[in-house]
Design a protein around this ligand. Sequence first.
Ligand code: LLP
Length: 401
Amino acid sequence: MKVVIKLKMEILHEVAKKYGTPLYFYDLQEIKRRTRLLKETLKGIDFKVFFAMKSNANLHLLKFMRTLGLGADAVSLNEYRMARFAGFLPDEIIVNGNGKSLEDLEFYLKERPFCLNVDSYEEIEKLNKYGSKMRIALRINPDVDAKTHPHISTGLKENKFGMDIKTVSKIVKNLPPNLDLAGIHCHIGSQIIDVEPFVEAFRSLKKFVDDEDLDLQFVNIGGGWGIDYFKDGDGIDLKNYKNTIVPLLSSFGKPIYLELGRFIVGSAGYLLTHVTEVKHTSDKTFIVVDTSMADLIRPTLYDAYHRIEFLSNSDEIMADVVGRVCESGDTLARERKVNLPQVGDLGVIHDVGAYGYSMASNYNLSIRPAEVAYDGNDFFIIRRRETFEDLLNFMQQGGGE
Ligand code: LLP
């Protein structure tokens, strides 16, 4: 039980006993530590971080993020509304996303967030219809390979996001008068380990700004900082970032905005689960747990690695850790060395604070887990577990009874 857990096993046992499993558990001290780390890395430049809500949009965590001085990056109307609910003022919120509808744009034009990141030429045409004032940044797709999983790469020309330099240049020259071009934006992908793709992307932004002789209010470089899922140093190398990227960012001579999600909240989250069966076949051992791809889809969707520990003092074996959803893809770990647990033992899945709960579903009519936060002294529930009645209500209220 190597890593388990600075957070003390007793607390995890207590939480699991009090609220049941599966359950998402967040360590607020870790979020603070990560925020400090990122501030240290960016020291020397004028910057602001907007928390990417898509990674985790729990209302209480959002309120906490705000106390740490972060803004919010919202990618849908509902994320925007939740940010407002959490206390973020419109000018603390950046709006992102592709394919914004006319209804979305009308809403944002009334709200006037800090900035709207425009994803396409067509979006400019839609905004032009209204004539109301809006502060915008243009999202540049620099056609850079972020060397991450293809599903979470966003800065290649075959990806659906942003605009090529030519299109952005055309917009800059014919900007509708109601739009205030405040910045440029670029986000090349997520879970990026290597600093090279950032260098390439930011160099091409700099060249664009110089070529066009743009006088911007800021440069928004998106998010994407990778974390250390294997605990063997595979996170983004902050020293290298500081030495290589920070000088490049300084050269813009403008405030730098970031939209980080995973780096801030990823390592603060644990998914607690109980073992429901240990199944031996002629081929393998399957450890079946009471969570699944419905609660944590990353292993299924991206073949993502999450450390898993069973809080038992037995010998290690090789096993697959699987959920109870009726799909073979519902495998949380394949051929993994773990302590052989017994039915009823507690398991801890690590680094699930980002894109864990926020991607959970009701597949197989699974109910979404509860969420609990821990501030170093006390733990408290920040979202109750769904119930069967919740699922039923949606359908009955749809009138189909
Ligand atoms: N800004 C934009 C425009 C984004 O699209 C994203 C993430 C972020 C910021 C935040 O990126 P981060 O700092 O968290 O890497 N579900 C996937 C990740 C999808 C990321 C989508 N965009 C996963 O579980 O790995």
